[in-house]
Ligand binder design. Structure first.
Ligand code: FAD
Length: 509
């Protein structure tokens, strides 16, 4: 740990949001750049105790808590702004806040019982407690609906919940867990629906046991591991779905996916600032890197991603409220999550390329950004699967409306109508609803980019900088067209399973 700065962080937590967020940014800057040694922060696991304590002095999680329980009201615009401020300094910190907010506080606000909410929210605000969500199991990740964690209601009304969960962010740190499980039926089989239970780690009967800690590749500040759950909880700890538990899970996951841009926003802004500064500073052959055309291409893409993410933050602010049911918002939520995480990782890769060898140091922001952003393409729905789901949802709707031509459909569809107009022939083809999975994924990647363009057009209409908007639209359109080009190509490479025979080049020279 390096020297402690003489500059003090602002202490007050202002009720006025603009003052609060400004102070929060200053506090984060102070904690991550002055008090902590940036090199140490990026290469050691966990966070120094003073760091989380300092961050929590601003009570950032109160933005996710409704006003009637003492929070800042749960307005998504404010939640996005907090996530953005955090990810400018640390993607891990932003994900930590995002887990607490979107995967614990929002579902508890919406589906938690009155009997438990006030106490839980008080503990978040006053005692700075934290919470996370356990869905994934060692044998059931993408296939989460077949999870084996089970629950049963006892005669006294309490529930027993048991199973093994892994990769839950904040393993061993969280004070509360939301644990998903299927009901055990007579004879031992499990029901199809999924329910959520709140486990309070201060209660020995509800405590989960950390069996193993993982050495995660990136996101060093967040602990992961494998947990054994054998808990007994009061009836009031079961979330109350409006209809099916699966619908509640989809609503929760779609809301969280829609809110990913908050975490992407500060991350992309930081990469943009650092990459621009580096390219202006670094002379190669006596010329600043910034003067080279290929470098400009990379920087312009990073700016395009920044603008796309801005448009998504604006969209999330107006669509991801807990008042809305997002369980059917497959196309918009999956597009936002998959595209923003793709561009976050691509921006990090470009920043690393532009940084040269120094970017490959473990303590350099570019290398860290590359490994830290990678799992965003995997968790909360693997992007390959999310893109396939986008296509399936669109194809289903096309079939319902008796439409075969993609352009005709997208030019009428509310999420794509304005963007579709900007494509000449490339969307104008009939889709085959029997296409192989890889084509569904390609089509979904293209549709995700058309949806993103529509959000950018909307942000432009509201007065966002015109040059950034037009750069972003160019990049998204080029990417969508390149993907559609691949989609149209015939001939699919197969996998040769038994490839050993006649496959050593050395025998042919
Ligand atoms: C950093 C990190 C944080 C996480 N945080 C949490 C958390 O807080 N809470 C939680 O519950 N879980 C969390 N997870 C777990 C995460 O959600 C799962 O890893 C994810 O759902 C994928 O499950 P899996 O790892 O079992 O992979 P698998 O299900 O084995 O899938 C692996 C890959 O196979 C491919 N694939 C899978 N199914 C299909 C298919 N049908 N068609 C085509 N391809 C397919 C995809 O490429 C996929 O990425 C986290 C994971 C990571 C890495």
């Amino acid at each position: 740990m390096s020297a402690v700065s003489s500059l003090s962080a602002p202490a007050e937590v202002s009720p006025d949001f603009s003052t609060f967020i400004e102070n929060f940014r200053a506090r984060l800057r102070h904690v991550f750049r002055r008090r902590a040694d940036a090199d140490e922060v990026s290469t050691t696991r966990g966070l120094e105790p003073f760091m989380m304590r300092e961050v929590q002095r601003s009570s950032p999680l109160s933005v996710f808590i409704p006003e009637e329980y003492g929070g800042r009201g749960g307005h998504v615009r404010k939640c996005q702004a907090v996530l953005e401020a955090a990810s400018y300094e640390s993607l891990s910190l932003s994900l930590t806040l995002g887990i607490n907010g979107a995967l614990f506080l929002q579902p508890v606000s919406k589906y938690g019982r009155e009997a438990v909410k006030q106490d839980i929210f008080d503990r978040f605000i006053e005692e700075k407690h934290m919470g996370g969500l356990m869905i994934t199991e060692p044998d059931y990740g993408t296939d989460a609906l077949n999870m084996q964690t089970s629950y049963a209601q006892r005669k006294d009304g309490r529930y027993t919940v048991s199973g093994t969960k892994h990769w839950a962010g904040l393993t061993g740190w969280a004070d509360f867990w939301l644990v998903t499980a299927r009901q055990e039926r007579e004879g031992g089989s499990l029901g199809r629906d999924i329910d959520f239970f709140i486990l309070d780690q201060d209660d020995p009967e509800q405590c989960v046991d950390v069996e193993e800690r993982f050495h995660n590749l990136g996101l060093y500040a967040i602990p992961y591991g494998r947990n054994r759950v054998d808990a007994t909880v009061p009836e009031t700890h079961k979330l109350e779905p409006e209809s099916m538990g699966i619908t509640m899970m989809l609503d929760t996951l779609h809301r969280s996916r829609t809110e990913f841009p908050g975490m992407g926003m500060g991350f992309l802004r930081r990469i943009m600032d650092e990459a621009m500064a580096h390219c202006k500073d670094r002379l190669v052959g006596n010329t600043p890197l910034f003067e080279r055309d290929q470098v400009k291409k990379r920087l312009s893409r990073i700016q395009a991603y920044f603008t796309t993410c801005s448009a998504m933050c604006a969209y999330a602010s107006e669509h991801a409220s807990t008042d809305n049911n997002l369980s059917t918002s497959t196309v918009s939520s999956n597009s936002v999550k998959a595209v923003v995480t793709d561009v976050m990782h691509d921006a990090a890769q470009s920043f690393l390329q532009l940084s040269g060898a120094q970017g490959y140091r473990l303590d350099h922001l570019a290398g860290r950004a590359t490994v830290d952003s990678r799992p965003f393409q995997i968790f909360e729905g693997s992007n390959d699967v999310l893109y396939e789901q986008i296509s399936q949802a669109v194809l289903k709707d096309m079939k319902k409306s008796n439409e075969n031509n993609l352009y005709d459909y997208l030019s009428e569809y509310e999420l794509t109508s304005r963007a579709a107009e900007r494509f000449q022939g490339s969307l104008d083809f009939e889709v085959d609803d029997q296409m192989p999975q890889r084509k569904l994924v390609d089509l979904g990647r293209a549709i995700g980019r058309v949806v993103s363009m529509d959000l950018v057009i909307e942000l432009g209409d509201r007065g966002f900088r015109e040059d950034l908007i037009s750069g972003s639209l160019k990049v998204l359109k080029q990417d969508a067209e390149a993907i559609l080009d691949t989609y149209q190509q015939k001939g699919m490479a197969g996998v040769v399973e038994d490839y050993m025979e006649d496959s050593s080049w050395l025998s042919f020279v």
